[in-house]
Design a protein around this ligand. Structure first.
Ligand code: MN
Ligand code: MN
Length: 294
């Protein structure tokens, strides 16, 4: 890895860790989800990064991909809350998440994913099979009395690419691919009180540009230009309505019809079990570097 790449990864990871803690400090009963994500995204820019994806706050049985739009009125009360943030510096990404239990009854569930992450990181080094990481995650979560979410995984990271090879499973999937020195990976155990499977549910507010096609209307062209500036990384309608007003909704509809846009709806546990998540971005070394630790 080049020195400048490592510097960007290090900076992105550091900002991501800082804003995760900043976001966590705002997760309190009575707080507005919309306000928290906007403050997080502003803070990312203030610290010299860009959001690698819109900040996400997923409640209870929702594991990921919940992102408020500009009209969202969700006020936190007594939920189990997963906060997931991504920061890009020149396209090099820090991806990190934590869970806050406002219910007061689910601290063990939160601990299960945290401990699974800790135990997984403890075995990371070049040559370790990714199924071994999955096994450690599953064993830790099971020992705490919960199940891992099997169809959510960690992943490799590359410039402007959040979900790169390899997939890091949350159970032993028998994949004997080995970690390599200088790979950057995100490990993200999800623990649940449910059956451990998620499915898509509800309306998407996280999107990704998949192809650019010629468009007629000038507003759609402007919006497409803005989306292209995200370099293929996920975005939310809220960013567009802020810049273009309600016309952004029209443009997005047209871009969806033209199949320029992929949608990522919220991911909800299939048996409505509560979900917790913990995530760090790690540089694989003999002594691994947890880039998103603060
Ligand atoms: Mn994440
Ligand atoms: Mn991730």
């Amino acid at each position: 890895m080049e020195k400048s790449q490592l510097e960007s990864y290090t900076k992105a990871g550091k900002i991501a860790g800082q804003v995760r803690e900043y976001g966590k400090s705002m997760i309190k009963p009575g707080a507005s989800v919309l306000e928290i994500v906007e403050k997080i995204e502003d803070k990312i820019k203030e610290l010299g990064g860009e959001p690698a994806f819109p900040a996400q706050i997923s409640l209870n049985e929702t594991a990921a991909h919940y992102c408020p739009d500009e009209n969202d009125k969700t006020i936190l009360k007594d939920e189990v809350i997963c906060l997931d943030v991504g920061v890009s510096v020149d396209g090099f990404i820090g991806d990190t998440a934590c869970t806050v239990d406002l219910s007061g009854n689910n601290s063990k569930l939160v601990l299960a994913s945290e401990e699974a992450l800790k135990n997984a990181i403890a075995i990371v080094k070049p040559g370790v099979k990714i199924c071994e990481i999955g096994r450690v995650i599953k064993e830790t979560i099971t020992e705490h009395g919960f199940r891992p979410v099997k169809n959510l995984s960690g992943h490799g990271l590359d410039q402007y690419n959040i979900h790169d090879f390899p997939t890091i499973p949350n159970y032993d999937n028998e994949d004997d691919t080995e970690l390599e020195e200088n790979q950057v990976i995100a490990i993200e155990p999800f623990a649940t009180t449910g059956i451990g499977m998620i499915g898509e549910k509800g309306f998407a507010n996280v999107f990704q540009l998949v192809q650019i096609r010629p468009v007629r209307s000038s507003i759609t062209r402007e919006v497409l230009e803005e989306i292209a500036s995200y370099n293929g990384m996920p975005f939310t309608l809220r960013w567009l309505t802020k810049k273009f007003g309600m016309k952004a909704r029209f443009a997005m509809k047209e871009l969806k019809n033209l199949e320029c846009i992929k949608e990522y709806p919220p991911l909800v546990e299939k048996s409505n079990g509560l979900v917790s998540q913990a995530e760090h971005t790690i540089l694989v070394k003999e002594n691994p570097v947890v880039l998103t630790e603060v």
